[in-house]
Ligand binder design. Sequence first.
Ligand SMILES: Nc1ncnc2c1ncn2[C@@H]1O[C@H](COP(=O)(O)OP(=O)(O)OP(=O)(O)O)[C@@H](O)[C@H]1O
Ligand SMILES: [Mg+2]
Length: 323
Amino acid sequence: MQPLLELRGLTKDFATHRAIDTIALAIARGEFFSLLGPSGCGKTTTLRCIAGFETPNAGDILLDGRSLVPLPPYRRNVNTVFQNYAVFPHLTVQQNVAFGLERRGVNNGAITRKVRDALALVELTGKETRYPNQISGGEKQRVALARALVLEPELLLLDEPLSALDPKLRKQMRIELKTLQARVGITFLFVTHDQEEALSLSDSLAVMNSGRIEQVGTPRELYRQPASRFVAEFLGEINWIDQVALRPESLNISKNHPGGGIKALPATVQTTTFLGNRTQLRTTLANGRECVIEVQDAAQNIGPGEQVHVWWRTSDEIHIPNP
Ligand SMILES: Nc1ncnc2c1ncn2[C@@H]1O[C@H](COP(=O)(O)OP(=O)(O)OP(=O)(O)O)[C@@H](O)[C@H]1O
Ligand SMILES: [Mg+2]
């Protein structure tokens, strides 16, 4: 099936700096796709090229098989929710959401109806006449979403839309965003540098590093079968034991050797940290390397200075092609 969005060899230079380097991507219609990577890796630049605010130096951007590159931003059936979500402070909630429709010359009856539906979708009914300084951060975020959704784009670009929110609201909005996307069926290209956000929201994601794409796959594939050391380490904590990698939750700990046939190494406990639903133990292996273990059973009565055995199942080992 033809992807909704396709990037082919997309490259963008700023003077001598190559911000994105021959990127290839295919995003299916209806997908929640995330672009994940550290600050400065080229996420916003990629979105700006798709939206038409930057002109690529090389490569192509196809929406439904047609190149977007020759089209100005307003001719692309794409909308963006920006990093700082910039709602207009001098317009009410209602006017903010109606803005794009008015510019398109949509008739008043249709505007009223579409704005009402969009505000209902993001649960802002009743707040129509408020100004942005009279609503909360999370509500402003929802105004920004409604403003983009009301234009019914084929593709919605979201650049760290939750980054201005406090952690609790951020988690709540994360769930809302996922529900909303499933309901409206619009393809989302979501940018974040938060690995938990990307893993929990996406159908598929791409991990970016220094302007390149390191790996594309489902959250499970990337977490369990990272293709590079960068991806393995960016998606959460990981231990390197001999030639294999192991996530902290794949490791177990016991005072006695777990028995024949089981892979185990002696270790010394350095610290134990109670994290509510699990306990994290930082240990040192005989070769001096640190090894982090997370166990659910906190009642193991193992403390700092203790000599223990760290053991794991072979099936939990992660083999990285080019570590
Ligand atoms: N207009 C510009 N002129 C020159 N360099 C730029 C410009 N815009 C971005 N860059 C550079 O390109 C690189 C990628 O920037 P970009 O904004 O795409 O990163 P990002 O992945 O979105 O980072 P963040 O997570 O911090 O938002 C950075 O090194 C940045 O300094
Ligand atoms: Mg950015």
